[in-house]
Design a protein around this ligand. Structure first.
Ligand code: SF4
Length: 490
């Protein structure tokens, strides 16, 4: 009999086959690209729990994962509040309740702690189903739950000095919501328990073979062996109906898509690109776009930090602090200069914007990749530092998104339908890569800087992390310079 935790159950709701693989053939199961991001979420969840415990000053710590027997022993002691008691049903469902409060001889209030700023009820994150799972396990173990509650972050909270847990957190009574869905969720839990115990599963295909790429998990290749390197799933934003028409025609390889099959312009260009083994380049459009840019060109990139429980005065839960910038400025004559700033304080300080302003002035065009991100950060900084409104507004009004060219006018099948910088760069500039970088993505940069600010004491290690961060951000802005150079030649 296999154990089903709450996390497993949520996994089952997203995809039974994926959970089956994890439980039955863990060596074949890939944790996925999101694992770093997920581990950050888990860490943040623990931090919110620590604040939630302060709402119950007399609570007794059973201690996470310390065991069902210890929980039973502590339950007998008649404590009013328990933190992290664990329970397991006869059928293998296992739960660690965040907080359990005894209200009378026969009943308890159950509290589930979330690091979000609201109770999520959508298909991907359904907190109510989490609570149903906990209630089911506890009920099966003889604990009568009279109310179910979710403790989450208060979306209006803004940090100002020491954090008051009463202001940081909100308690929502979700008893009625739970009652409304409880019996159907219990059926789902029982189905999940049966599913993971199945000795066999169809491993030759899974239902995502008929679904678009956004539905696929990292087990797609395992379940659907033989999918070509360049496949119909890479047709950018293809609708499921179209995808299945192609499957019905016997096409899986991009190169097999009939020339007269109706697709949108971008998708059509992907087919032309693979057929001719060269990119489809709309030279005039690219030239017009580049000709409209005002020199000097400031290629720039921000790195940001955020945390569920705000660490920075002036920010709320999940608020973003822009801690780093790299700018490469190119003049019309072709000279390239570089400016960078990496904050060494976890606070809103104007130095980053001041350094940018001193370097660029209110001139030229600012170029970023996926500019909505930089525009959003500038808007936030305007609200926090209104003295820089003119400068940051100038940037936003004179921003060019280099990614746009790769969404419309430069289509190479080797980008696999993606216009992300990390996918485009090795295709356009094969000699320029991130391979030697210790930090290779924004989430790692955020984690590294957070560690540098909060945990790192060793000065050699601190220097190394700083150097890695500077190198990574510099590479992002330089990558745009290199791509611009290649586009100027087309
Ligand atoms: S690819 Fe889709 S159906 Fe297949 S295991 Fe992953 S989520 Fe499930």
């Amino acid at each position: 009999m296999k154990v089903l935790s709450k996390t497993d159950f949520i996994h089952y709701l997203r995809c039974p086959d994926s959970l089956w693989l994890k439980k039955n053939k863990p060596d074949k199961f890939k944790n996925g690209e999101l694992s770093l991001f997920l581990s950050k979420l888990i860490k943040e969840g623990y931090e919110v729990e620590e604040y939630a415990k302060k709402l119950f000053p007399n609570g007794v710590e059973v201690s996470r994962n310390s065991g069902i027997d210890l929980t039973k022993a502590i339950l007998k002691q008649n404590n009013e509040v328990l933190f992290q008691p664990s329970f397991k049903t006869q059928s293998g469902a296992f739960a660690i309740a965040d907080i359990l409060k005894k209200v009378d001889k026969n009943s308890y209030h159950l509290y589930e702690v979330k690091s979000s700023t609201s109770v999520k009820k959508d298909k991907i994150h359904n907190h109510l189903k989490d609570v149903c799972f906990q209630k089911f396990v506890l009920t099966e173990c003889g604990i009568n739950i009279s109310t179910s509650n979710i403790i989450h972050l208060n979306e209006d909270f803004i940090k100002n000095g020491d954090i008051d847990h009463n202001e940081l957190l909100t308690i929502e009574d979700v008893t009625d919501d739970i009652d409304a869905i409880y019996s159907s969720v219990v059926n789902e839990i029982n189905s999940a328990l049966n599913y993971i115990d199945k000795a066999d599963n169809d491993e030759d295909k899974c239902s995502c073979i008929h679904k678009t790429r956004s539905n696929h998990c990292d087990s797609f290749e395992y379940f659907n062996k033989g999918i070509p390197e360049y496949s119909i799933y890479q047709l950018r934003i293809i609708r499921e109906k179209k995808l299945n028409e192609l499957i019905d025609l016997g096409c899986q390889d991009l190169i097999d898509v009939p020339a007269d099959f109706k697709l949108n312009d971008y998708q059509q260009s992907q087919i032309i690109s693979i057929t001719n083994n060269k990119p489809v380049i709309h030279k005039n459009e690219i030239k017009n776009q580049l000709d409209n840019l005002k020199y000097p060109l400031h290629f720039f990139d921000y790195e940001t930090y955020s945390s569920a429980v705000p660490k920075v005065d002036g920010l709320g839960p999940h608020g973003k602090l822009t801690f780093q910038v790299s700018i490469h400025t190119l003049t019309k004559e072709g000279s390239l200069t570089h400016c960078e700033y990496l904050s060494d304080k976890m606070q809103i300080i104007p130095d980053l914007v001041q350094k940018m302003k001193d370097f660029t002035g209110l001139t030229g065009t600012f170029i970023s990749w996926h500019a909505s991100f930089e525009i959003g950060r500038n808007d936030e900084m305007i609200a926090l530092m209104p003295q820089y409104k003119d400068y940051l507004s100038y940037i936003n009004a004179n921003m060019f998104d280099l990614e746009i060219i790769f969404k419309k006018n430069y289509i190479d099948y080797r980008c696999k339908g993606s216009s992300s910088l990390k996918k485009v760069l090795p295709i356009i500039c094969p000699g320029f890569s991130y391979d030697n970088e210790e930090i290779q993505d924004g989430t790692t940069a955020m984690e590294a800087w957070g560690d540098l600010m909060i945990n790192s004491k060793d000065s050699n290690l601190k220097d190394q992390i700083r150097s890695n961060l500077l190198s990574y951000c510099k590479k992002d802005s330089k990558a745009m310079v290199e791509i611009h150079k290649e586009l100027s030649k087309v």
